[in-house]
Design a protein around this ligand. Sequence first.
Ligand code: FMN
Length: 185
Amino acid sequence: MSVMDLLKSRRAVRNYLPKEVETEKIQALLESAVLAPNDRLRQPWHFYVIRGEAKERFEAIAQEFLLERFPTKPHLVKESLAVLEKTPLVIVATADIIPGDEASSEDNEYAVCCAIHSMWLAAKELGLGMVWRTRGVGLVRDERLMKFLGSPENKKVVGTLFIGYPEAEVPATAREEVDKKTTWL
Ligand SMILES: Cc1cc2nc3c(=O)[nH]c(=O)nc-3n(C[C@H](O)[C@H](O)[C@H](O)COP(=O)(O)O)c2cc1C
């Protein structure tokens, strides 16, 4: 598939078949990530692979978070947890923070965004579906997730990636015409 076709067909896939993702495919996703561009070759990323028993522990902190965050919305809590339980694989991507160097730390986050997009495209090519989650069960801005990862120093969570074999084809999403988003100076 050409890069353009891959870009056009990539989708946020949120529902998966009850099938584990093979270790070789996880490895391939990680290999695609580390090829991403990054300033001064700092390679400012780290990936935490969460499956099996670790995923059960992740589900426990997600439940805690959701109950605290949405105390009046039991349905939302239940649905979000069901989504997580049906997700075979979770990968958390972090960016290195450089104390006292805000600009480089920011650039590191951009590099991790590139890495995540590479993984998203690679997932498509490998027959996998993926979604990058920051809200809700993504737990991206919740301290519990950092603790779960082992409280790594000077790292910031950029994305929690839900991955699995797609349950069904996901319809294409619309984009505004590029001309509306472009100014030719
Ligand atoms: C930084 C970022 C954060 C996102 N967070 C979430 C999220 O928390 N939950 C979710 O369901 N999708 C999330 N998404 C996926 C987008 O909703 C999705 O990409 C968008 O709806 C467009 O669909 P498409 O990717 O299939 O074109 C996120 C995407 C990005 C880039």
